[in-house]
Write a protein that binds this ligand. Structure first.
Ligand code: CAO
Length: 425
């Protein structure tokens, strides 16, 4: 039995943000019914194609454990089918551009009329305010949510990060909102609207940078290496390169092989309680007692110089040797792992964090499995559906269409071709 067994999700999501949310719900055991436009489907099916004619990795890696129904929701019969789905499901999840669902005729009021228990969960780029009507993609959210202005090096431009904090991050936020609303519905019997704006999600993940913005009003940020270099602070939280910026200084330093390997680096943290061990390891035992270095406050204006010394040592070891030496001494450090190394890491395969999935059109591929592990609700990752693969199954098994009624839907143009699962295999 899975945690969300019996919960039906009407999945109106596309691209990345919404699909990450409904994929999680599917992994927790919900029945996720993905509604797609006939003949077209989620645009990502045909984006970044690496195997001609097959669904892209972009799509397959975001849409595991879902069923696909093709439905033209602007066609009258299509609207009727959608109404039946709204009555049948527990949660509607969507990340259309603002107003698209209303234009289809499915306002929040109408949805409540059809099903007062319905939880309607939306991702939008912005919350209410001057930008609420804008269409938004990942990097727009990173830039408007405070991440880009605080990422990168002091002397370089604002920088976006590879972690999809705008899309996948907001998908996670929405998923938590949905679970909370389902929990409240247990007591009230009522559904509610759940909204996660991408700007808000990114800002939430940049919380510590708003902390620093306020600290800046009281004086320079001493934990930023900019302070030790004597570079003046402006009036906004600066980009801090690889500074930890927190209570324990850290930096990315070179390891053996850095001249040819772009990932021969390690993140090294000079954890205060083990400062004596750090000094011994890097060959600076005199710093243990030298008053200029012995205490954390005394070291604050020397962060860059300290990491130069750390690097002199790390350059003599490879990144895994650094970890092997430092971990037993409780010196936190992390090798910079490439995607290639992560894809090949056996321990991640064993925990199901990296999974190999088979697909009838493209063959086996790697994906990131569920990063959240529940001891009583294990995850089985199943491949993403082909476009409309479950249309007939959903019309009959979920909505109870039979005979002439089913035929009428088929000839109405409301649904697309209906490939059978066996044919797909
Ligand atoms: N049948 C018929 N019509 C359908 C349909 C279906 N099954 N599914 C969708 N459509 C229609 C919608 O009704 C909409 O039509 P109208 O504009 O005429 O009302 C249309 O398809 C396109 O929807 P869209 O505007 O959401 O799509 P887009 O590609 O133009 O924009 C995006 C994409 C992501 C920018 C936009 O959806 C958005 O801003 N979403 C919210 C923020 C978000 O999630 N962004 C992250 C995306 S991941 O990087």
């Amino acid at each position: 039995m899975k945690a969300l067994e019996g919960v039906k999700i009407l999945d109106f999501t596309h691209v990345q943000s919404g699909p990450t949310c409904t994929q999680l719900l599917g992994w927790f055991g919900a029945d996720v019914i993905k509604v797609e436009r006939p003949g077209v489907g989620d645009a990502t099916r045909q984006q970044l194609v690496d195997v001609p004619g097959a669904d892209s990795l972009y799509f397959t890696m975001l849409n595991h454990n879902k069923r696909s129904i093709t439905l033209n929701t602007k066609n009258e019969t299509g609207k009727e089918v959608l109404e039946r789905l709204v009555k049948e499901c527990d949660v509607l999840v969507e990340n259309f551009a603002p107003g698209a669902l209303d234009r289809m005729g499915f306002t929040w009021e109408r949805i409540q009329e059809l099903n007062p228990r319905m939880i309607m969960a939306s991702i939008k780029g912005f919350g209410p305010g001057p930008y609420e009507d804008c269409k938004v993609y990942e990097n727009v959210a990173q830039c408007t949510g405070g991440s880009a202005s605080t990422t990168g090096f002091l002397d370089g431009p604002p920088t976006v990060t590879g972690a999809q904090i705008g899309d996948s991050g907001t998908g996670l936020h929405l998923c938590l909102g949905i679970m909370t609303a389902l929990f409240q519905r247990e007591k009230t019997g009522r559904g509610q609207k759940v909204m996660a704006a991408m700007q808000d999600g990114v800002l939430n993940l940049c919380r510590v940078k708003l902390r620093d913005q306020q600290r800046l009003a009281k004086g320079p940020l001493q934990e930023y290496s900019q302070f030790g270099k004597g570079i003046e602070f402006g009036d906004a939280t600066p980009r801090a390169g690889n500074d930890s910026g927190g209570g324990q200084p850290g930096w990315i330093v070179k390891c053996k092989g850095w001249e040819t390997d772009p990932n021969a680096y390690v993140y090294f943290i000079t954890q205060a309680p083990v400062w004596d061990k750090v000094c011994e390891v890097i060959g600076k035992p005199e710093w243990v007692t030298d008053p200029e270095y012995a205490t954390a406050p005394a070291r604050l204006d020397k962060i860059a110089a300290i990491f130069d010394a750390v690097e002199e040592w790390t350059k003599t070891k490879d990144k895994f040797e650094v970890m092997d030496i430092c971990n037993p001494l409780n010196i936190p450090c992390g090798p910079i792992l490439s995607m290639k190394e992560l894809a090949e890491e056996p321990s991640l395969r064993e925990t199901g964090t990296i999974v190999e999935v088979d697909h009838p059109e493209r063959g086996p591929y790697l994906s990131v499995g569920c990063p959240i592990k529940l001891s009583d609700s294990p995850v089985d990752v199943t491949r993403s559906p082909l476009l409309g693969e479950h249309t007939e199954e959903i019309l009959t098994d979920v909505l109870g269409y039979t005979g002439d009624e089913l035929e009428a839907v088929k000839v109405s143009g409301a649904v697309g071709d209906m490939p059978k699962a066996e044919a797909a295999e």
